[in-house]
Design a protein around this ligand. Structure first.
Ligand SMILES: Cc1cc2nc3c(=O)[nH]c(=O)nc-3n(C[C@H](O)[C@H](O)[C@H](O)COP(=O)(O)OP(=O)(O)OC[C@H]3O[C@@H](n4cnc5c(N)ncnc54)[C@H](O)[C@@H]3O)c2cc1C
Length: 558
């Protein structure tokens, strides 16, 4: 069977649109005409480029994978074409090399002016934005650029780093240190001992030994320092559907907006293999694809997004005009006029004593292409009975030999949508075990060998040779970081909003709002989170207007 065609083959005309002379002329007011002599680098992988370059004269060769080789040609842009992809929307380091062929004249648009084009030139902006997104998707699909991860395939740290980059839409290559000859050559060249694996070769030439996500993100320019003096109109904690919706509406309405997320954009929704009940997507859409659109949309309107960046404390601040400080994991502080709590919920863990021995390598909390590659053709167990569990069953069943669905309750009907139940019933390789719970995991050194489960009514235990367990047993609110901040929580830890006639999304502290799954009484769905995220912005405007009026009164009285 032949391979699926690449995006480069199927959507080349949208990826590399040709702009008419009049369209190029309209761009002149946004940028500056620059000249590049033959052979000059207009963009270098790993370095921040000046911006998007619209070619007037000459041509530009684009190559990928220059970190460890001379690079593979991707395309050539001539007059009417333009150089750049999503990295230039937010001023992050380039993912490709671009070299002038002949003397090149081009209009260069820095990120801020590019965002102006996207907003002010609606139809041209649409073509440019589509091209930027498709180019990024193309780079992800080709998998030849970005950082190179080298380590044992399927090891916990390799999976951690791969998942971090995948969830943040960052192209990368993962090479198995045991089997890949290129990996072995690189390890010899850089004299890397097995105990230091995995390593990451960054496009800038740095070698990181088993880095944390923050270290990696800083090295590849995904994470940048936040200006400590900036005062944001709205700091949004969490880049799930609720936080991203708030960011899109806040930034598009002119609020200076910062979004923080400690893991990746998309939140829980980003872990969903297929969302079928979100309005406007009749054929369904993967959670990551939906959330990547929202992430790009928020950046298009100028929201600053910082990932991975953990909010650790919310403090009051006596400074005029910036009543709140959000303290970050790295000790820095961000100043805010208002704060939106959108830190959602985190997966619940099974209560099995040696669970942590297998987490990250054999016990998974989402089912993506990375995990399915690990357990393709094998027998697996999945526990949980909500919609997230149902989606994962449908997704995994296509790839695994047999799937045991371990369910504590008496039926799926109590907790799962009917369309998913019907689909699961039609899957011949899925067996649903009701009134059953996983009671033991057996194996060692990060390798799961057997899973044992118990019938809750009869107490009878069964054991299967299973190497991968998927756990979807619900979520608890991510509100630990709010302890001691004076925000009212309910007995389960969800944020209470709308008390005493306040705005539905307002917490007990003026200027602090909560949206999405973190909120007590919210409907735990993508659409509800998006709705709340977009609604909160009008409450922020009203709050800021009140603050301005109070400040003006005080100033007049002084
Ligand atoms: C696998 C799965 C499948 C699902 N499928 C569907 C579906 O098909 N349809 C549907 O409607 N719903 C679905 N849901 C539910 C839906 O995804 C959630 O209701 C929705 O994501 C909630 O959005 P949120 O933005 O409120 O919170 P989350 O999505 O939980 O996002 C919160 C974000 O905050 C970040 N964060 C947490 N603490 C901090 C901190 N201290 N500092 C900085 N950042 C922090 C997290 O990293 C996360 O990215 C699914 C959920 C899962 C897990």
């Amino acid at each position: 069977m032949g391979q699926d065609p690449t995006l480069l083959e199927t959507r080349r005309h949208q990826m590399f649109p040709h702009l008419a002379d009049q369209e190029i002329d309209r761009l002149r007011r946004f940028g500056e005409v620059c000249h590049f002599p033959d052979g000059a680098f207009i963009m270098k992988e790993g370095e921040v480029a000046a911006g998007l370059a619209f070619v007037l004269k000459g041509s530009i060769d684009v190559r990928q994978g220059g970190t460890i080789s001379r690079g593979e040609p991707i395309t050539q842009h001539g007059p009417g074409g333009f150089l750049g992809e999503l990295a230039q929307l937010s001023g992050r380091p380039a993912l490709v090399d671009a070299i002038a062929r002949g003397d090149v004249e081009a209009i260069v648009l820095p990120p801020r002016r590019l965002r102006d084009v996207l907003v002010q030139e609606a139809s041209l902006g649409e073509r440019i934005m589509r091209a930027l997104i498709l180019r990024r998707v193309g780079l992800l699909q080709l998998g030849q650029t970005g950082p190179i991860l080298i380590g044992p395939a399927g090891s916990g740290d390799m999976l951690r780093l791969e998942n971090f980059l995948r969830r943040n839409g960052h192209p990368h290559r993962a090479l198995d240190s045991a089997t890949d000859s290129c990996a072995q050559t690189l390890l010899k060249r850089f004299i890397i001992q097995p105990e230091h694996l995995p390593i990451v070769l960054c496009p800038g030439g740095q070698i990181l030994r088993n880095p944390g996500e923050s270290e990696l993100a800083r090295c590849i320019g995904l994470l940048r320092p936040i200006d400590p003096d900036a005062v944001y109109d709205a700091v949004i904690v969490g880049a799930g559907p609720a936080g991203l919706a708030a960011a899109v509406y806040a930034a598009s309405e002119g609020l200076c907006t910062l979004v923080l997320d400690c893991r990746s954009f998309g939140g829980q929704a980003g872990a969903s293999s297929r969302i079928e009940n979100y309005l406007g997507f009749p054929t369904g859409i993967s959670g990551l694809a939906l959330m990547a659109r929202a992430y790009n949309q928020a950046q298009k309107f100028g929201a600053e997004i910082s990932i991975p960046e953990e909010a650790q404390l919310l403090e009051g601040n006596s400074e005029k005009g910036a009543p709140f400080h959000v303290r970050l994991g790295n000790g820095e502080r961000v100043k805010a006029k208002s704060v939106v709590l959108a830190s959602g919920a985190r997966y619940r863990r099974l209560t099995i004593p040696n669970l942590s021995d297998f987490e990250g390598s054999c016990v998974h909390y989402w089912a993506s292409a990375i995990e399915t590659k690990l357990c393709a053709g094998q027998e697996v167990a999945l526990t949980g009975a909500g919609n997230s569990a149902g989606q994962a069953v449908v997704f995994l069943a296509e790839k695994v030999e047999k799937l045991w669905m371990v369910v504590r309750g008496r039926s799926l009907e109590d907790t799962m949508s009917q369309y998913l139940i019907d689909r699961i019933r039609a899957l011949p390789n899925v067996e649903v075990l009701l009134r059953t719970e996983i009671c033991a995991l057996e194996g060692g050194e990060g390798e799961l060998k057997r899973v044992r489960w118990r019938n809750r009514d009869t107490g009878v235990e069964s054991e299967r040779a299973i190497g991968h367990v998927f756990s979807f047993i619900g979520a608890d609110p991510n509100t630990d970081w709010l302890t001691g901040c004076g925000i009212a929580l309910d007995d389960k830890g969800f944020v209470i909003t709308g008390a005493n006639g306040a705005h539905l999304l307002a917490t007990n502290r003026d200027g602090i709002f909560a949206v999405g799954d973190i909120r007590c009484g919210s409907v735990k769905r993508v659409a509800a989170a998006v709705g709340e995220g977009s609604t909160v912005v009008s409450a922020i405007h009203a709050y800021l207007a009140r603050q301005r009026a109070t400040d003006a009164q005080k100033a007049a009285a002084e």
